[in-house]
Design a binder for this molecule. Structure first.
Ligand code: SF4
Length: 538
């Protein structure tokens, strides 16, 4: 979408209407960034600085605390995110630090992106042959950085532009930038410009496709179980004309995973890792299921043998239900890392989209009781650890959501001590569209309203530090609700509902499950989806 369509930026004379954007010289931009006054985030303030700023610390200041502002409790995270958003907007209105200092790598398919919103792009082998660091600093990414420094919105970041244009002030551009912001980072940006090779502070890696789950919205290139099913039964045929999880798509789009030890991207990663490790803030391993891959344990061993970055935040995104003895093996590695003071913190991201039997249906392969036992064992045993429930928020998350929120509160009351151990995040599922919140009858969204009311009733206060919900957590659920309520074209809605019906009919037949008895609360959707299917098939 053309940047000039946004009246609020019309004063920025960076476009030639005939020839497109006119880029300013890199040196000029670097000078401008170098002259900006970096804000002091509350997270990095000394006691004296906070006192001077009239911010009374209510609890821990390590990014999870709160301060009293005019008598009201405000989370440090929310205050700091706003400060970072202001300064990056002084660089340009399309600036995002994640494009420089945040990276997700997909080793089996040789792809990368700055965060999980832009589509991952291919890493050219010729680029990593010259410099293994090109697994992060690809030519493609440098072009997007150039656009950002010049106030041009990269199209691939449409997720953030859509949110900002819908009236929401803070998109992930603010949150992701805040996450990598550290004192001195603007000076570093002034040196890196768009053509340099920045060292990422946040690295996320998927080493392997291996996974013992086949979640409804996942794909064969991210799950060996999904690949096996697709090889046996073929794709799910959808009435809109689409084919869900067609192995031919994997071949045509160069997405066939290479899980072998000779994968050139794996070699490039291990060549590059020692150069970024000393300054890394966060290293996160995803999958597939990372506890099924030996590179995860190789990273644990590497950090244990070279404990030169005691500020490191290490993490995995796990289904928390891996096969065999992998969970105990993981807990043993974690204890060794903590005992050696090799890390500052370990975050376990637990992927869980609902509660109980409904969660098991969405994430096929999950044994809810085993997962819950594993999670509580982790919470009891760790010393420098926390847990974040990641809810890939989809239509099937809705019926169990209030129970989920109540259980988060229960866990917080049981395990949070003088710090925050239990977190959650609610990224909305966009793809496939037939599983998005937008296919639901509006009546079903009342659960979100109820959960917001419940969270407001149980906000963290001065008297209950770490035992309630945070202001920005309520905002996130509110954002989800607002997004789900946005209008959808009738034909798109009918088509998505018809696909929903076809997928779950086939799902139940292939996997021996029963949608209707598992989700009785969604009976209206079930009826509407079947009607849409019958109309489309006529
Ligand atoms: S602008 Fe948004 S989508 Fe783009 S890199 Fe930043 S957070 Fe990700």
């Amino acid at each position: 979408m053309c940047f000039l369509q946004y009246a609020k930026y019309a004063h920025m004379n960076i476009f030639d209407k005939v020839g497109g954007p006119k880029y300013i010289s890199e040196d000029t931009i670097k000078r401008k960034i170098g002259e900006l006054k970096e804000p002091k985030l509350v997270t990095f303030m000394s006691d004296a600085e906070r006192e001077q700023a009239k911010l009374a610390l209510v609890n821990s200041k390590k990014g999870d605390g709160a301060v009293a502002v005019d008598g009201n409790l405000k989370s440090i995270y929310a205050i700091d995110t706003r400060k970072v958003f202001e300064i990056i907007n002084q660089v340009s209105p399309s600036m995002c630090l994640a494009k420089w200092y945040n990276v997700s790598l997909h080793i089996p398919t040789g792809k990368t992106h700055s965060c999980y919103h832009p589509p991952a792009h291919h890493i050219p082998l010729a680029e990593i042959a010259l410099d293994s660091g090109a697994i992060h600093n690809t030519k493609h990414k440098k072009e997007q950085r150039k656009k950002m420094l010049n106030g041009v919105r990269p199209e691939e970041c449409s997720f953030c532009w859509d949110i900002e244009d819908s009236g929401e002030e803070l998109s992930d551009r603010a949150y992701r930038s805040k996450d990598v912001f550290r004192p001195g980072i603007l000076q570093e940006l002034a040196k890196d410009g768009h053509s340099g090779n920045p060292l990422p502070r946040y690295v996320e890696v998927n080493f392997n496709q291996a996974c013992n789950f086949k979640c409804a919205y996942c794909s064969p290139h991210l799950s060996t179980e999904w690949q096996k099913e697709a090889e046996k039964h073929g794709p799910y045929l959808l009435p809109s004309g689409g084919k869900h999880n067609d192995l031919q798509w994997m071949i045509d789009s160069n997405m066939v995973p290479d899980n072998g030890p000779n994968n050139p991207y794996l070699k490039a990663f291990w060549d590059w890792f020692p150069s970024v490790y000393p300054t890394l803030q966060t290293f996160r391993m995803t999958g597939g299921e990372p506890l099924m891959d030996k590179n995860t344990f190789k990273v644990f061993d590497y950090v244990l043998e070279k404990p030169i970055n005691p500020n490191l935040h290490l993490s995995i995104t796990s289904n928390c239900c891996p096969p065999g003895d992998q969970w105990n093996k993981f807990l043993t590695s974690l204890s060794a890392l903590e005992d050696a003071n090799a890390i500052d913190h370990f975050m376990l991201y637990c992927s869980l989209d609902s509660w109980g039997k409904q969660a098991e249906y969405i994430r096929n392969g999950l044994d809810f009781e085993v997962m819950y036992d594993n999670v509580t064992k982790f919470l009891r045993q760790g010393k420098k650890h926390s847990l974040t429930f990641i809810v890939t928020f989809n239509a099937l998350s809705i019926p169990g959501w209030l129970e989920y929120v109540k259980n988060i509160l229960k866990l917080r009351q049981e395990f949070n001590t003088n710090r925050q151990l239990i977190w959650f995040d609610v990224p909305m599922l966009m793809d496939p569209n037939w599983l998005s919140l937008k296919i639901l009858p509006k009546e079903n969204l009342k659960v979100l309203e109820e959960s917001i009311a419940f969270m407001r009733e149980h906000l963290e206060s001065k008297e209950t530090p770490f035992k309630g919900f945070k202001d920005y957590e309520v905002d996130k659920v509110q954002r989800l609700y607002d997004w789900a309520n946005q209008p959808v074209y009738d034909d798109e809605l009918s088509s998505a509902r018809a696909d929903f019906h076809a997928f779950f009919k086939e799902h139940d037949s292939r996997r021996g499950t029963n949608f209707e008895t598992t989700f009785p609360e969604l009976s209206e959707l079930t009826t509407l989806a079947e009607e849409a299917y019958n109309i489309l098939r006529k």
